[in-house]
Ligand binder design. Structure first.
Ligand code: GAL
Length: 890
C-alpha cells in the first residue's frame, strides 16, 4: 500500500470507528461497567445498595408496562427484574416470537428510558408458576433429551436459546457497557434444589451452565440462585422469605437476594395468601442490616397468567401474588407505600452502607441487636480541589422478639422497638423508619358494576335490573362430544397425553367401543354390582362419557380413578376426555412427567373378568372443535352455527357462548365476573384471557386477624376462606374497543352466562392513621435545610399523605379525627379526645385534590385538644375519577 493510500485507509478506519463508536454510544446511560466485591455490585466504580422490582413482562400488556415501571420507580426501585420465557419466545423450534407481550427488547428499553437498571434471569428453566417452567413442550421431543443435566441434546438447545437472548440484547445495545440498563444476568434457576437427583451429571451440568454463560461475553456479572456450589465468578444468591443470614460461597461475592417472596401463588380451590407488610419490611431491613446488598421483590407486580401460560398443575389465572402492585396495576396499599418509606430509609443509609466494608455488631438485649455502619469518606470539598474527610454513620436496631416490644439503649439514647421490628437510623441517632409502624395510607378497592354510560355504582347498592354492562343477549353452540374431525387417528393402546397433544390444547379425546353381552347384564343384576372404570393414576381432569352422556368427572394430580359406569347391552362408545390444567413447572425430570393416565387402565366387574383398556384400539382427537375452528376470534366466530340462548335455558355442559358488550367508560381496570360459570376458558376479541374455574376455598384456615409477628410462611394470614378462589378475570383495557366487543366462553360444567358481568376495579377509599410519636416523613430527610444542617430532622413533625390513583381526586372526607380515635379503616370512631376542627382542616387540605399532606401536630389543628396525651390523626377519604365530575387533577 502506498503512503497516501495508507493515510486514506486510516482516515476511513477512524471514520468507521467514529460511526461505530457513535452508534454504540450511550443510549440510556453513559456506558458503564458492572463488577462486584464482597460487599456489593460495583456500578460504574461505585458500590450500590439496590432495590429491585420483579415484573414478568408477559403477565401484563405492553400498554401496561410504562405505568408499572413508573410505579416501581416511584416506589423506590432501582432495578426491574424479569425472567425470560422460552416457550413464549420459541413456541415452535426455530420460530421466534418477540412480539406483543413477549417483546422483551421493548420492555428492557422502557426500563432504560425510565433510568432504572435491569436484572434479566434468562433461566431458561424458570419455574415461575409458568407452564412447564418455561420450557417449550417441543423440547420433550428432541431425541435423547434429559432436561437440566449433563445431556448433550439439552445443553445444545439451552445454549442456543440463551445465546439467542444474549445476542439480541447485545445487538440492541442493552448491556450496561453499551449504555443499556442490563447490569446482571441469571443462568438456571434454583438448580441447587434438584442437583442431587442428577448425581455427578448434575454437578457437571452446573459447571457447564456457568462456563457457557460466561462464554457468551455479555460483559455483566451472572448469578445462580439457590446454588451453593455456583462456580467461579458466578454469584450464588438467596431465594426465600428471609435472607438475612445468607452468605455466598466466596468471601469475594456480595450477598444478593434474587427472590424475596412478598406473597405467594394460588391454586384453584385454594385460599389467597397474604404477607403482612410489617413482616416483609422487617425481612428486608434485616437483610440490609446484616450485610445484604441487592434485594429483588418476587413479585413487585405479579399480573395475570393469560391464555394457557399458567403453570401447575392447577395454578389460577391471577398471579396477583399479594404484590405491592396488584394484578390490575393498582397500588396495593399500605404495602406499596410502607415499602416506599423503607426504600427511602435504606437510600439514606446507602453512603454508610457502601463505605463500610462490614458492620459493627452490638448486642442490645437477649433478642435485640444493632449493626452499625461507620466510615470516613473522602469527598471533594466545595470550592476547593482539596479532599476533605467526612464521617458517615447509619445503624439498624432490631428486636427479633416475636411477642414483646423492647426498649434499648444505643449510643446513650433510648429507643423503643415494637416486637419483630427494625428501626433504621440513617444518622446513627434519629429513627427514620420502623418496619412495624405503618404510616402509609391504606386503600380499599371496590369492585363495581360497570354501567353505561359514565357512572359506576358500588355493588352493594345495586339491584340487578339496574345493571347494564352485562351482555343482554347470548348465543350458544354445543361442542361435539368425542371425535369431531378427520384429524383423528386410531392406535392400538393407550398413548401418553402430551405425546399426542404437544400441549396445543388442554383436551385429548380418547374413544373406544365396549361390547356388553346379555350375560354381563344378568351378572350385574344378580350380583347387584356395576362395572367400574379403574385407572391407577391420572392428572389433571378426566371426563367419562358413555354414548355421549357425561357420567363422571374426576380431578387431581396423579390420583387413582374408580368410577362406576353403566352400559346397555351391545356396543357402547366409551369416551375419555383427559385434560391438563397447566403443566408441571417444578421438580426434577420434568421431561418424564407427562399427563393423562399412568399404570393400569381397565373396566372391572365383567362376567368374564376385567377388560384391559390399554390393549384396545382407541381413536384419538386433540383439542376442541371450537378451538380448531377458532370460533373465539372476530374473523372466524360466525362460522359456528350459533343460536340465540333463552334466558331460562338450563345450564349445559360443553357449550360455547358468545355475546357482545361495550367497554365501560374511563380508565379503571376491567374484569369479567365469571362467578356464575363452572370451568372453562374465555376470550375477548380473540385474546385468550385465561382458564376459569369456580372452585371454592376451604372454609377453614383463615384467621380473623393477621399477626405480622414471627416467621411468615404461605399458610399464615390466608384470606378468602369459603369463597371462590377466583371470580374476576382481568381484561386489559388495550384489548377492548369502545363498543361491540366479542366475548366467547367455552364452558365445561354448565353455568349461567346471563349472570356474567363487567366489573371495574376502583381504588375508592383511602384511610390513614398516624400518631404524634410517629417519625417525620422520609422526604423531610431530603429537605435542603435538613441536609445543610440548618434544621434537625427531630424538629420535623409526622404527616399523613393521602393520594388517589392517577386521574382520581379526593371527593369527600368521610372521617377525620385528631385526638384519640378508635377503630380501623372503614370503622373509625371518635375517642374521648377529638379536635373539633379535624374534619374541616382535613377537608380544606385534601378535597378536590389528587394528593395532600396533613401534619400530625397540635399546630396543624389549632391547638392541643388534650394535654399530656399522645394524639393520633385518623382519616377516611373517598376518591372519584376526576373526569366523572369534570374537575381536572391537581
Ligand atoms: C421459587 C422459584 C420461582 C417461583 C417461586 C414461587 O422457588 O424460583 O420461579 O416459582 O418459587 O412463586
Amino acid at each position: 500500500m502506498m503512503v497516501s493510500e495508507k493515510r486514506a485507509f486510516v482516515q476511513l478506519l477512524s471514520l468507521y470507528l467514529f460511526i461505530q463508536f457513535s452508534a454504540t454510544a450511550a443510549n440510556f446511560f453513559e456506558p458503564f461497567n458492572v463488577t462486584y466485591d464482597h460487599r456489593a455490585l460495583i456500578i460504574d466504580g461505585k458500590r450500590r445498595m439496590l432495590i429491585s422490582a420483579g415484573i414478568h413482562y408477559p403477565r401484563a400488556t405492553p400498554q401496561m408496562w410504562p405505568d408499572l415501571i413508573a410505579k416501581s420507580k416511584e416506589g423506590g426501585a432501582d432495578v426491574i427484574e424479569s425472567y425470560t420465557f422460552w416457550n413464549g419466545h420459541e413456541p415452535v423450534r426455530g420460530q421466534y416470537n418477540f412480539e406483543g407481550r413477549f417483546d422483551l427488547v421493548k420492555f428492557v428499553k422502557l426500563v432504560g428510558d425510565s433510568g432504572l437498571y435491569f436484572l434479566l434471569r434468562i433461566g431458561p428453566y424458570v419455574c415461575a408458576e409458568w407452564n412447564f417452567g418455561g420450557f417449550p413442550v417441543w423440547l420433550r421431543d428432541v431425541p435423547g433429551i434429559e432436561f437440566r443435566t449433563d445431556n448433550e441434546p439439552f445443553k445444545r438447545e439451552m445454549q442456543r436459546f440463551v445465546t439467542k437472548i444474549v445476542d439480541l440484547l447485545r445487538e440492541e445495545k442493552l448491556f450496561s457497557w453499551q449504555g443499556g440498563p442490563i447490569i446482571l444476568l441469571q443462568i438456571e434457576n434454583e438448580y441447587g434444589n434438584m442437583e442431587r437427583s442428577y448425581g455427578q451429571k448434575g454437578k457437571d451440568y452446573v459447571k457447564w451452565a456457568a462456563n457457557m454463560a460466561l462464554g457468551l461475553r455479555a460483559g455483566v456479572p451472572w448469578v445462580m440462585c439457590k446454588q451453593t456450589d455456583a462456580p467461579g465468578d458466578i454469584i450464588d444468591t438467596c431465594n426465600d422469605y428471609y435472607c438475612d443470614g445468607y452468605k455466598p460461597n466466596s468471601p469475594n461475592k456480595p450477598t444478593i437476594w434474587t427472590e424475596n417472596w412478598d406473597g405467594w401463588y394460588t391454586s384453584w380451590g385454594g385460599r389467597l395468601p397474604h404477607r403482612p407488610v410489617e413482616d416483609l419490611a422487617f425481612a428486608i431491613a434485616r437483610f440490609f442490616q446484616r450485610g445484604g446488598s441487592l434485594m429483588n421483590y418476587y413479585m413487585y407486580f405479579g399480573g395475570t397468567n393469560f391464555g394457557r401460560t399458567s403453570g401447575g398443575p392447577f395454578y389460577i389465572t391471577s398471579y396477583d401474588y399479594d404484590a405491592p402492585i396488584d394484578e390490575y396495576g393498582l397500588l396495593s396499599e399500605p404495602k406499596w407505600g410502607h415499602l416506599k418509606d423503607l426504600h427511602a430509609a435504606i437510600r439514606l443509609c446507602e453512603p454508610a452502607l457502601v463505605a463500610a466494608d462490614s458492620p459493627q455488631y452490638m448486642k442490645l438485649g437477649p433478642k435485640q441487636e444493632a449493626h452499625l455502619y461507620w466510615a470516613n469518606i473522602w469527598t471533594n470539598g466545595l470550592n476547593t480541589t482539596l479532599s476533605e474527610s467526612q464521617s458517615v454513620c447509619s445503624a439498624f436496631l432490631a428486636n427479633i422478639d416475636e411477642h414483646k416490644a423492647a426498649t434499648v439503649t444505643f449510643r446513650g439514647k433510648s429507643y423503643t422497638l415494637p416486637p419483630w421490628s427494625v428501626s433504621i437510623l440513617p444518622d446513627c441517632r434519629n429513627t427514620a423508619f420502623n418496619t412495624a409502624k405503618v404510616g402509609a395510607q391504606t386503600s380499599v378497592k371496590l369492585v363495581e358494576y360497570a354501567l353505561s354510560p359514565k357512572i359506576s355504582v358500588p355493588q352493594l347498592v345495586m339491584t340487578k335490573n339496574e345493571v347494564s354492562g352485562i351482555p343482554e343477549s347470548w348465543m350458544s353452540v354445543n361442542e361435539p362430544i368425542g371425535i369431531w374431525s378427520v384429524n383423528n387417528f386410531t392406535f392400538q393402546g393407550m398413548l401418553e397425553h402430551l405425546n399426542v397433544t404437544k400441549d396445543e390444547s388442554d383436551y385429548l379425546w380418547h374413544m373406544t367401543r365396549i361390547y356388553v353381552s346379555h350375560e354381563d347384564i344378568t351378572f350385574w343384576e344378580e350380583n347387584q354390582v356395576s362395572p367400574t372404570l379403574v385407572i391407577d393414576s391420572m392428572r389433571d381432569v378426566l371426563r367419562v362419557f358413555i354414548n355421549g352422556q357425561l357420567t363422571g368427572s374426576i380431578s387431581g394430580h396423579w390420583v387413582k380413578v374408580v368410577q362406576p359406569v353403566q352400559f346397555r347391552q351391545g356396543y357402547s362408545d366409551l369416551i375419555l376426555l383427559s385434560q391438563t390444567v397447566g403443566l408441571q413447572n417444578y421438580g426434577a425430570f420434568l421431561e418424564k412427567d407427562g399427563a393423562g393416565f399412568r399404570g393400569q387402565i381397565k373396566l372391572t366387574g365383567f362376567k368374564n373378568g376385567d377388560i384391559d383398556l390399554s390393549k384396545l384400539s382407541w381413536t384419538y382427537q386433540v383439542g376442541l372443535w371450537g378451538e380448531f375452528q377458532k370460533i373465539f376470534t372476530i374473523e372466524e366466530n360466525e362460522k359456528a352455527g350459533w343460536t340465540k340462548l333463552k334466558r331460562d335455558a338450563t345450564p349445559s355442559t360443553f357449550t360455547w357462548y358468545k355475546a357482545y358488550f361495550d367497554a365501560p367508560d374511563g380508565k379503571e381496570p376491567v374484569s369479567f365476573d365469571l362467578g356464575s360459570m363452572g370451568k372453562g376458558q374465555a376470550w375477548v376479541n380473540g385474546h385468550h384471557i385465561g382458564r376459569y374455574w369456580n372452585l371454592v376455598a376451604p372454609k377453614d384456615g383463615c384467621s380473623k386477624s393477621c399477626d405480622y409477628r414471627g416467621a411468615y410462611n404461605s399458610n399464615k394470614c390466608m384470606t378468602n376462606c369459603g369463597k371462590p378462589t377466583q371470580s374476576w378475570y382481568h381484561v386489559p383495557r388495550s384489548w377492548l374497543q369502545a363498543s361491540n366487543n366479542l366475548l366467547v366462553i367455552f364452558e365445561e360444567n354448565g353455568g349461567n352466562p346471563f349472570e356474567i358481568s363487567v366489573k371495574l376495579h376502583v381504588p375508592r377509599i383511602l384511610c390513614a392513621r398516624v400518631s404524634e410519636s410517629h417519625y417525620p416523613p422520609l422526604r423531610k430527610w431530603f429537605h435542603p435545610d435538613v441536609i445543610d444542617g440548618k434544621l434537625s430532622i427531630s424538629d420535623m413533625k409526622p404527616e399523613i399523605h393521602l393520594q388517589c390513583e392517577e386521574g382520581h381526586i379526593i371527593s369527600s372526607i368521610e372521617f377525620a379525627s385528631y385526638g384519640t380515635p378508635h377503630g380501623s379503616c372503614q370503622n373509625f370512631s371518635e375517642g374521648n379526645c377529638h379536635s373539633q376542627n379535624s374534619l374541616s382542616m382535613v377537608s380544606k387540605a385534601c378535597k378536590g385534590r389528587n394528593s395532600c399532606f396533613i401534619e400530625v401536630s397540635n399546630s396543624g389543628f389549632g391547638g392541643d385538644p388534650c394535654r399530656g396525651i399522645i394524639k393520633t390523626l385518623a382519616i377516611e377519604a373517598r376518591c372519584v375519577s376526576s373526569s366523572t365530575i369534570g374537575v381536572s387533577q391537581f
